[in-house]
Write a protein that binds this ligand. Structure first.
Ligand code: NAP
Length: 304
């Protein structure tokens, strides 16, 4: 079973493998409410109790699809912690004012988006609201005012950020009334920026867990075109037996979860068998030299 952990000393409690919904509606035909219900129920069966979504997912359609599942299944919403994000505006029928993709982390926009998300998701609270991307044009005081207001009103229980640099995180932290509980950043064998830019160290210092997006490099780990992916997979072939026949995706998730900031990982697949194998990473502790062997395979050289 996937473990329950605290994202920060003040919560929220989440599963350490989370179901991500960026690609929720991919597929032809589009999955029905019954299909999505079955997927959510599989998550619960495996101990995955946290859903990660965002206003913009599916070009502003995923939140309402999740809301339809909750509406069709009374009681289901309360079995999940719901994480959503806002602050990205792209031209669409929903964002008719947007002439081009841009960010908007103003207090006014955050409050309006969160209130819209509550309606679409068919819920009276968002467990965790993240500012999706840092908005270079907004003062932190104003972003913080929006998050504070939503928390004060009980519409949002916890706030955090995504894709923030360390100074941006520090600045916003210094302005919010309730501590930020996470920074959701890209972490994988194919994207190690957060290991080098201080984002993970900052989380560890603050005793909060990062959320790792695209833990399989958005699927590039399985492609034939990247030499690094091929090296990683053949390195994994040599350690599968030691980890009870773990699949590539299980080991890739476990590699992220072994980091000392203890990231929670976000699943991106829609396939039941892959949801199962990625959830299995929650129970795996990679041995130190296996972790470094995968680092070496990813980089193509040994540690300096
Ligand atoms: P990912 O796991 O890195 O990539 C998922 C992709 O990999 C899917 O296309 C999936 O295809 C493929 N895949 C998974 N397992 C596979 C396997 N065993 N063999 C071959 N292909 C496989 O995750 P992601 O979808 O990029 O991101 C995960 C979540 O992170 C998103 O849903 C979203 O919630 C969050 N996210 C956040 C941000 C942000 O800015 N905060 C950005 C991106 C994503 P199949 O569906 O066919 O399995």
């Amino acid at each position: 079973m996937v473990k329950q952990v605290e994202l920060s000393p003040d919560g929220p409690s989440v599963s350490d493998v989370i179901y991500g919904t960026w690609r929720l509606l991919d597929g032809d035909p589009r999955p029905s409410v019954a299909d999505l219900t079955a997927r959510f129920e599989l998550c619960l069966e495996l101990g995955i109790t946290t859903l990660d979504t965002a206003e913009i997912y599916g070009l502003y359609t995923v939140e309402s699809a999740i809301g339809e599942v909750f509406k069709a299944n009374p009681g289901l919403r309360d079995k999940f912690q719901v994480v959503t994000k806002c602050g990205i505006d792209v031209p669409s029928s929903v964002k008719s004012h947007a002439r081009l993709p841009h960010y908007n982390a103003s207090s006014e926009n955050l409050v309006a988006c969160a209130e819209k998300s509550l309606g679409l998701l068919n819920t009276d609270h968002i467990d965790l609201l993240l500012v999706h991307r840092p908005d270079w044009l907004n003062r932190a005081d104003d972003t913080a005012a929006g998050l504070d207001k939503l928390i004060q009103q009980g519409k949002v229980l916890h706030a955090g950020v995504s894709n923030y640099t360390c100074p941006q995180f520090e600045l916003l932290s210094s302005r919010v009334a309730k501590p930020l509980v996470t920074n959701q950043v890209e972490i994988s064998l194919l994207c190690m920026d957060a290991l080098y830019d201080g984002a993970l160290s900052q989380c560890e210092q603050l005793n909060i867990r990062p959320m790792a997006w695209s833990p399989l490099g958005g699927g590039r780990l399985f492609g034939a075109d990247l030499e690094s992916s091929q090296r990683i997979r053949s390195c994994m072939d040599g350690m599968k037996e030691k980890y009870n026949g773990a699949d590539y995706d299980t080991l890739a998730f476990a590699w992220v979860m072994a980091l000392p900031s203890r990231p929670v990982t976000i699943i991106g697949t829609n396939r039941p068998e892959r949801i199962r194998s990625q959830a299995a990473a929650s129970a795996i502790q990679l041995e130190r030299q296996d972790w470094y062997a995968l680092w070496e395979a990813a980089k193509g050289h040994s540690v300096p």
